[in-house]
Design a protein around this ligand. Structure first.
Ligand code: XIL
Length: 374
């Protein structure tokens, strides 16, 4: 090689290496590591979709690929009076999801909890008839789903209608309409947006009774020719419940029906439970006691390690069944946001999510990323 060429090559290398060291490396995040596996989502609260919680928003943008509203689409918020809807927050939530290129799920159309006071009674306070409640349910579903047609990609159509033993919950919807409130809800949602995915969502899905009840429900919807795309397993889990093998059995039982499985409301409480298998019944609350709030000043190392290991077992399970799972959604961004600080006992300090109170990733985040990359 003559001198000129040598100089040229040398200069080129210098340039290249100079450039390489200047190109910042893209950090591996949850959403990039899981991109070809399943959506990794989070529930959003008002401080986030309104733009106030800037640190939370940074984490959402960096780490998550899907969002669901924690409260703002529940009927008590979005439909406070029969003739009045309030879409202020819901519109903001959807705009936030779109602006950040996130898969948007709606939560939830028909649920016994967080309903407005007018829903089940007439002007005199008397319980409405079956026909009236069906009409009200139809109007609610049609109005809400149509408004976000094509923008909200999937809906939790019915939430928590089956009890742990597989029987129907004796909700107002069930008592007034009967079990057909569920197929009707799916029908109305489909009519309002034929392209939207439709889901059934529930907690304590690892129980055999609930598993069988939900399997029977999905089969009956399919037998009626109704659209159902997925089953959401809420995933409000604890250190001792559920048994991961039982959770896996349910996951497989749902997938076998030919629907997608989603882990929709994942959080892992590290706090003692006031009763075994507390599930996620929002109505089931207990009085505050100091002894039930042992980690107000921080988590001891061994407890922290056990918590990380338990989360890791669940994520390993999700990765093992990535062909069946379309989304894993955390019920909140950082520990300070989590409803588990207030439920089932108010006023506690819990550590249920993947980011700490300062919005820093916990060690579990890197473990998930590593395992996803294997
Ligand atoms: C919870 C919210 O996180 C709380 O802020 C609210 O006070 C009660 O509801 N199952 C569900 C969720 O489907 O909508 C619930 O969310 C938690 C249990």
């Amino acid at each position: 090689m003559d001198m000129k060429k040598l100089l040229f090559v040398g200069f080129g290398c210098l340039l290249l290496s100079g450039c390489a060291s200047k190109v910042p490396e893209t950090p591996v995040t949850l959403k990039s590591a899981l991109a070809d596996k399943f959506y990794i989502g989070t529930a959003l609260n008002q401080a986030q979709f309104s733009g106030r919680d800037t640190e939370g928003i940074r984490v959402i943008r960096e780490q998550f690929s899907a969002v669901v509203p924690e409260n703002c689409m529940k009927s008590e918020v979005i439909h406070p009076e029969e003739d009045r809807y309030d879409f202020t927050q819901a519109d903001q939530f959807v705009a936030f999801g779109e602006a950040n290129d996130l898969f948007i799920t709606g939560h939830c159309l028909v649920w016994h909890s967080q309903t407005p006071p007018w829903l089940f009674v007439d002007a005199k306070g008397k319980e409405v008839s079956k026909e009236v409640l069906i009409e009200r349910m139809k109007a609610h579903i049609t109005t809400v789903v149509s408004r976000y047609k094509g923008r909200i990609k999937g809906w939790d159509v019915v939430n928590e209608a089956i009890l742990d033993d597989g029987s129907y919950r004796e909700s107002k919807f069930y008592k007034i309409i009967g079990e057909e409130f569920i197929p009707l809800a799916f029908q109305f949602a489909h009519e309002a947006d034929p392209d939207a995915e439709l889901y059934y969502n529930d907690y304590s899905m690892a129980f055999e009774g609930k598993r069988n009840g939900v399997v029977a429900l999905v089969k009956s919807l399919k037998a009626k020719g109704l659209r159902i795309d997925g089953v959401g397993m809420q995933g409000h889990i604890g250190m001792d419940y559920p048994a991961i093998e039982e959770f896996e059995k349910s996951l497989l039982a749902f997938a076998e029906l030919g629907v997608n499985v989603m882990i929709t409301e994942l959080d892992l409480t590290v706090l003692p439970s006031p009763k075994m298998d507390v599930g996620a019944d929002v109505a089931s609350t207990f009085e505050y006691q100091q002894t039930m709030n042992p980690y107000a000043d921080g988590l001891p190392e061994d407890v922290d390690a056990a918590w990380t290991a338990r989360y890791n077992e669940f994520f390993k399970l999700f990765l093992k069944h990535q062909d069946k799972i379309t989304r894993v959604t955390l019920w909140g961004v950082s520990d300070g946001d989590s409803w588990r600080n207030g439920w089932p006992i108010p006023g506690r300090t819990d550590y249920a999510l993947l980011f700490d109170r300062n919005h820093q990733p916990k060690p579990i985040v890197n473990l998930i990323i590593k395992e996803a990359q294997q």
